[in-house]
Design a protein around this ligand. Structure first.
Ligand code: PLP
Length: 387
């Protein structure tokens, strides 16, 4: 990882901060663009993963569209210069003012997640004197074989309209005058590492599209969401996710004729290029013999371990290579017992003042940061700006 190579230079910045490896981000973007072009697939970046301006500026250079999950995310994408015609907007609970803004911007599609939302959009579009392009976000009822905190496409999930409900209301939906239903959208979950899950997804999409078109719908595109996982265990082994395999699976199993195929990747674009750099404040040993390393970051900078029990690989980037290795529990400064980055992590001998890197933190790190305990929000250091 970049941080160990440039550790002496990182001493000059106030911790904790996110370090972004811009070279790796560019290589990742080159890969996703190159692999998707082989099949003419269109790629959107899920802006909720990280809406840092510097990163967005780079992502925009590669021609990706944007996937948003709120009105403010949509506004951010528009202000960052992304073409509204490449922006999709999903979300189970969109406020009226958010829908009005999306209608006004004329984005590629609003992905609707309930019958009520469809009816509301129809009414708001009529009020605005517009016909709005939309996609139906269908709940495909698929087990993505990931952490249940981040699955989104099982029958009981809050996301998407159930396929049965679309069938039951097909005539009413088709009769809406101010919405133009041009696509099908689904997103089955995140951090999916078992790629055969995407095969099941394609089979479902084939059936859904075929049946709905029989009922008189006609779709220009299918948007199969994001979810491609990254290697949190040993990021060095797989710094760039395997876009090629995913696209090849979709190419071999999706049978929707010449419709456009869209993807929405968040984690797989930005996770590996980000590291959270933190300073060791103290060491102490509990009465039970646990060796604690207390660092100046916490769940307020990176909540994933506390929120989902997620694993991030941690490394002491300033200890000498030949230091003895010991098992530690790395904890943060917040007043919560779940504020633990890892238990039983093997680190080179770690002491006050050392810098640790918490790796693969570029996605859902900074974008989920909070000011609990009135912590300052963490800063950002970009490899292309370090002198
Ligand atoms: C979060 C989200 C994504 C991105 O998911 P990743 O797992 O980060 O790729 C894509 N589409 C929708 C609708 C989402 O909610």
């Amino acid at each position: 990882m970049l941080s160990r190579q440039i550790a002496p230079k990182l001493r000059g910045y106030e911790t904790p901060f996110y370090l972004y490896d811009i070279g790796l981000l560019r290589q990742t973007l080159e890969s996703v663009v190159y692999e998707s072009n082989k099949y003419g697939y269109k790629v959107h970046y899920a802006i909720k993963a990280n809406y840092d301006d510097h990163l967005l500026g780079i992502i925009r250079q590669y021609g990706l569209g944007i996937d948003c999950a709120s009105g403010n995310e949509l506004r951010k994408a528009v202000e960052a210069g992304f073409d509204p015609k490449g922006i999709v907007y999903a979300g189970v609970g969109k406020r009226d003012k958010e829908l009005r803004y999306a209608i006004e911007q004329g984005i590629m599609a609003i992905n609707c997640e309930s019958i009520q939302e469809l009816e509301l959009l129809d009414r708001l579009s009529a009020e605005a004197g517009k016909v709005t392009d939309i996609a139906l976000r269908i709940n495909p009822d698929i087990d993505p074989k990931t952490n249940h905190c981040i699955d989104t496409g099982q029958a009981d999930s809050k996301f998407g309209i159930s396929y049965e409900e679309v069938l039951a209301n097909a005539d009413e939906i088709k009769a809406l005058k101010n919405v133009n239903i041009i696509g099908i959208h689904l997103h089955i979950g995140s951090q999916i590492r078992e790629l055969h899950v995407f095969e099941n997804m394609c089979n479902k999409v084939n059936v859904i599209v075929e049946n709905l078109e029989k009922l008189g719908f006609s779709f220009r595109f299918v948007d199969v969401g994001g979810g491609l996982g990254v290697n949190y265990d040993v990021p060095e082994n797989e710094p760039i996710p395997n876009f090629a395999s995913l696209f090849s699976i979709v190419h071999n199993h999706l049978a929707v004729g010449d419709k456009e195929v869209h993807f929405e990747f968040g984690r797989s674009i930005v996770a590996e290029c980000g590291e959270l750099i933190t300073t060791v404040l103290f060491n102490k040993t509990t009465a039970t013999g646990r060796k604690l390393v207390i660092v100046d970051a916490s769940m307020t900078e990176l909540i994933r371990p506390a929120l989902y029990g997620s694993y991030h690989n941690i490394e002491n980037i300033t200890a000498k290579d030949d230091e003895v290795r010991t098992k530690y529990t790395v904890v943060g400064t917040a007043c919560e017992s779940t504020d633990v980055f890892d238990e039983n992590v093997t680190l080179r001998k770690t002491q006050r003042g050392d810098l640790l890197s918490i790796k693969s933190a570029g996605a859902y790190g900074m974008s989920m940061a909070s000011r609990y305990n009135l912590h300052d929000l963490p800063g950002a250091v970009y490899s292309d700006e370090i002198k």
